[in-house]
Design a protein around this ligand. Structure first.
Ligand code: IMP
Length: 197
């Protein structure tokens, strides 16, 4: 692995502090309401779990999963919420907004269901990569265009359980070996998986 190919960009403490601030903002804005937090699986799960514990309101939590297909990034709902969203104040919880295609379609789908309102809280915003302009009412951090891992974000399903957020400076390293950063990320206990044993 080349030195500096994998670097921590947002620490656990910084994540905690920002999530607290977002929770306080949402608490103030939704005073007297009972919002439904809808996490977009799987990337948002860590953020959502931390965020909702910083919201001092009666609230529900639900999830949906999306599949993206085609070059235009068309989106289908692969798993829907259990809660009916009609008439509800919906807070979409996203890990990261990149091109904005996923979120744009999702907001349209939710609006078509007759929600009372829909707002988005996104932990990360890759604003420079945006293709479609989409509102993000609550934003954790604006980030560059490096590929990010950890705190829910994955590479081929792994690294979601890192407690902080890491940037991959050379994606080719992961393409060659998806577990290339396992020891850096998890310490020596990851060595067996890292060496393929
Ligand atoms: P968009 O439709 O291009 O905005 O894509 C957003 C989705 O792409 C996110 O919900 C993530 O699943 C994925 N994504 C975008 N950038 C990253 C990244 O840096 N790391 C991990 N997943 C990412």
């Amino acid at each position: 692995m080349s030195a500096g190919a994998f670097i921590e960009v947002v620490s656990e403490a910084q994540l905690h502090q920002r999530v607290q601030q977002l929770g306080a903002e949402i608490t103030a804005d939704y005073e007297g309401e009972e919002p439904v937090f809808v996490g977009v699986l799987k990337g948002s799960m860590v953020f959502l779990a931390d965020l909702v514990r910083q919201v001092d309101l009666t609230a529900e939590v639900d999830f949906l999963a999306l599949t993206r297909f085609g070059k235009e990034g068309r989106v289908n709902i692969a798993m829907d919420t259990e809660v009916s969203l009609a008439g509800r104040h919906v807070v979409v919880v996203e890990d990261i907004v990149d091109t904005g295609l996923t979120l744009t379609t999702l907001r349209r789908l939710l609006e078509a269901r007759g929600v009372a309102s829909v707002r988005t809280v996104a932990l990360l915003d890759k604003a420079t990569r945006r293709i479609v302009d989409v509102p993000i009412e609550y934003r954790g951090f604006e980030v560059g265009d490096e590929f990010l891992l950890g705190y829910g974000l994955d590479w081929s399903g792994t690294y979601r359980n890192l407690r902080s957020l890491w940037a991959v400076m050379d994606v080719a390293v992961l393409t060659g070996d998806p577990l290339a950063f396992a020891v850096t990320a998890y310490g020596s206990s990851a060595r067996a998986a890292d060496s393929g044993q």
